[in-house]
Design a protein around this ligand. Structure first.
Ligand code: BEZ
Length: 404
């Protein structure tokens, strides 16, 4: 508590003598009446800007439903653009923790930024609810009592796809992803089940994140003898890759498959007909037939001028829902971090993706399903239509044993 805010509080309390008042009772009362500060470290520029926007919009949808108040505390969002640069993301994280003194942090989108933030968050005992970045290590050797993840580990949408592609698409596959941690994690998870299912990797390539010319890579694909490609790209990378894949003439002869991010609704309108027929694995599609999703799709589209929610929006929705439920459970007292963490771990609800719950071993979300989806023209536009599914997909992390 700053001198100024202490004086303000004591002034309002009127009769309390300063020396006697500065105890736990006062600190608790102050914290509970103070705004609930939520720091967002997200990309609002660069390759993944559309992802940051979807996450933020869905969080705002949930908080607006709560009249921007939870357990008597006004919700205040402090948004920081990490510019997709790990040093920037780390600097913004420090600012949010040390200067803004946020109650809860969320973000980032980029796995490398998450890895860079991890020690800062862990050592300062700041509660971080990861709303996208899938770095597997955060559910495994770099886990932390203070870190939860509402999105996915990079392993989750990809591991079920390896065996599925080998069985249903082809055993001769070229794999490709941007050259950074998420790309390596995602293709690693695909290989884990593809090779044991009899699959043969006919090529593997890692263009730089933010590549705009895939021609040299697509030439290699054409020459490799591949019958299918499995790719992870997202944001503007996904737009460029899928469009160039089609204009290169590969679409008709070499089936394009990948992680769901490749054809999410954030990029489908820009990809247009080039995305038709692409098969991907993901935990969400706006076509899911459950009550929470019907409501979410309608409210999101009403609020954001007809925009179709994507998986990133579902992640933002779930992050905000977790925050609202946990802060209510502790009656607005976010100062007792142990109690806050216990409350977050217990949150369960019907999310647009299905029943939401954390794996107690890893603090990572358990995916009710990974859907295998195909882009088809249905309901007046391009949509990811579920054609198969794999239930109860949990990251294989075995437990966080690092000291708190
Ligand atoms: C990541 O860096 O973890 C990531 C970025 C975009 C989509 C999925 C994962």
């Amino acid at each position: 508590m700053t001198d100024l805010s202490r004086r303000t509080f004591l002034g309002a309390a009127g009769t309390v003598a300063a020396g006697a008042a500065v105890g736990p009772w006062v600190r608790r009362a102050h914290a509970q009446g103070a705004p609930l500060k939520i720091g967002l470290v997200l990309p609002y520029s660069g390759v993944y800007a559309v992802l940051g926007e979807s996450i933020t919009q869905a969080m705002e949808l949930v908080f607006a439903r709560e009249n921007w108040t939870v357990a008597g505390r006004k919700i205040e969002l402090i948004k920081e653009d990490d510019e997709m640069q790990p040093p920037v993301g780390i600097r913004k994280t420090e600012k949010l923790i040390e200067s803004d003194k946020v109650d809860i942090l969320t973000g980032p989108v980029h796995s490398g930024i998450l890895m860079g933030m991890r020690d800062k968050v862990h050592n300062s005992k700041t509660v971080l609810i990861v709303s996208n970045a899938g770095a597997d290590a955060i559910s495994r050797e770099r886990c932390s009592k203070w870190i939860f993840r509402t999105s996915f580990s990079n392993w989750q949408p990809n591991q079920p796809m390896g065996a599925w592609v080998a069985k249903n698409v082809s055993k001769d596959v070229f794999i490709m992803a941007p050259n950074y941690q998420a790309g390596k994690d995602q293709l690693g998870a695909f290989k884990e089940t593809f090779v044991p299912a009899g699959g043969k990797l006919v090529g593997e390539d890692y263009p730089k994140l933010g590549e705009t010319d895939y021609a040299p890579y697509l030439t290699k694909v054409r020459q490799s003898g591949a019958k299918a490609v499995y790719a992870f790209f997202s944001g503007t990378d996904a737009v460029n890759f899928v469009k160039q894949y089609a204009s290169f003439g590969l679409k008709q002869t070499i089936k394009l498959t990948g992680a769901g991010f490749l054809t999410e609704p954030d990029v489908l309108p820009a990809q247009g007909a080039s995305a038709l027929g692409v098969i991907t694995g993901h935990f969400y599609t706006p076509l899911l037939d459950n009550g929470a999703n019907h409501k979410f799709v309608k409210e999101f589209r009403d609020k954001f001028f007809g925009k179709m929610p994507d998986g990133f929006a579902c992640q933002g929705y779930d992050t905000a829902e977790v925050i609202v439920r946990a802060v209510k459970a502790v009656n607005g007292n976010t100062q007792d971090k142990d109690k806050l963490v216990d409350a977050i771990a217990k949150v369960e609800f019907d999310s647009p993706r299905g029943r939401f719950r954390f794996d107690p071993k890893t603090h990572n979300v358990i995916q009710p399903y990974i859907y295998i989806r195909e882009v088809r023209e249905v309901y007046g536009g391009l949509n990811n239509v579920p054609i198969d599914k794999v239930a109860d997909v949990r990251d294989p992390g075995t437990g966080c044993t690092l000291p708190a």
